[in-house]
Write a protein that binds this ligand. Structure first.
Ligand code: AMP
Ligand code: MN
Ligand code: MN
Length: 326
């Protein structure tokens, strides 16, 4: 059921917003879009936004300099709104504020979301949390700055209006945001396409060392800590690598492993047409969407790849059986 912002905020004096760890474009866009709207429209409500360090490229969004990176362990807000986050664990450092808040709400589009707050607005078919936020706001009252944030979020989670999650409604909402006078080309160029030299170098390394496996239906690449150190890259510099891998002709699934500590990998999965990668991520304790999901796994990179490919093989087998029946 659709959430009514007015009802949610009634009687609340202090509200906190929070998104998932390693915030991406949609997480930052939805948090900042709602934050800027609440600041404008509900000035009597004290609103704070909690996110891990906002990567440099996103700093063009207004208000990102007000984002809090640390939580006061004893602070109890009247309401905590969790955005673009499939489970409370993924809030990271702000989870404590979620737990201590008088009331909680969750606005999200992850298929793996278990509706863990008091009030939940979860639409797995929505392109992005930023698109969902738009549907909760009074269009007339959306400022240009808030529109910039939401447009950025939608553009990121749709791969600039390309992925299958992009619906006619998505485009209609993007058009309405565009009419707020935003510099839409600049937002996409600066936050999505522009890469630092270091980011391009590490991408090059990941592509060069990638391998085609499972009859060339999957591509896999691993970036180790020592490579990050060599290129002086940060984990945030790895965003976009898995999408580039997925673009390889003939590939159905792209698997990207980033070594976060010895024998521990952050795994990103992307599929093209058929494989449900959210099912695979969930099986190993992660989550996400049908075509884009993630999970953290332990073991050697070979163990991790073997475990994942075994699950992909099960899906391939199922598709073959289905195709034979037809
Ligand atoms: P990523 O590969 O990190 O870009 O993530 C792809 C999608 O899966 C995003 O929507 C993430 O929010 C989600 N996701 C990534 N890692 C996890 C995880 N460990 N648990 C749950 N969801 C995740
Ligand atoms: Mn996200
Ligand atoms: Mn999202």
């Amino acid at each position: 059921m659709k959430m009514i912002l007015e009802d949610l905020l009634r009687g609340k004096h202090r509200v906190a917003l929070g998104g998932h760890v390693r915030p991406d474009g949609d997480c930052i866009g939805s948090c900042m879009g709602l934050y800027l709207y609440l600041k404008d429209q509900y000035p009597a409500v004290e609103t704070d936004v909690y996110l891990e360090t906002v990567p440099e490229a996103y700093r063009m969004i207004r208000g990102t300099d007000e984002v809090r990176n640390e939580a006061d362990q004893d602070d109890a807000y009247d309401l905590f709104i969790c955005l673009d986050c499939g489970d409370a664990e993924r809030l990271g450092f702000s989870k404590v504020l979620f737990e201590q808040a008088e009331e909680t709400a969750c606005i999200d589009h992850h298929i793996s979301n278990g509706a863990f707050a008091d009030h939940n607005y979860i639409v797995p078919d929505a392109s992005s949390t930023s698109e969902l936020i738009f549907t909760l706001l009074d269009e007339e009252k959306i400022s240009r700055s808030a529109a910039e944030a939401l447009y950025m979020g939608i553009a990121h989670d749709t791969g600039v209006f390309q992925y299958s999650c992009t619906s006619p409604e998505t485009m209609e909402i993007a058009a309405k945001l565009m009419r707020k006078g935003i510099d839409h080309s600049r937002i996409i160029d600066k936050t999505y396409y522009e890469k630092t030299y270091i980011q391009n170098q590490i991408l090059g390394r990941a592509l060069l060392e990638s391998m085609m496996i499972m009859d060339k239906r999957c591509i896999v690449s691993v970036i180790r800590q020592r490579s990050l150190e060599f290129f002086q890259a940060k984990p945030a510099d790895l965003e976009g690598i898995v999408s580039q891998l997925r673009q390889t002709k003939g590939v159905e699934v792209a698997i990207f492993l980033h070594e976060v500590s010895p024998q521990k990998f952050k795994v990103s999965l992307r599929s093209r047409d058929r494989v449900d990668v959210s099912e695979i991520a969930r099986y190993f304790g992660g989550g996400g969407h049908v075509r884009a999901a993630g999970v953290t796994m332990e073991g050697t990179s070979y163990d991790v790849i073997n475990n994942i490919t075994a699950r992909i093989a099960l899906q391939f087998k199922k598709f073959e059986e289905q195709d034979e029946e037809e």
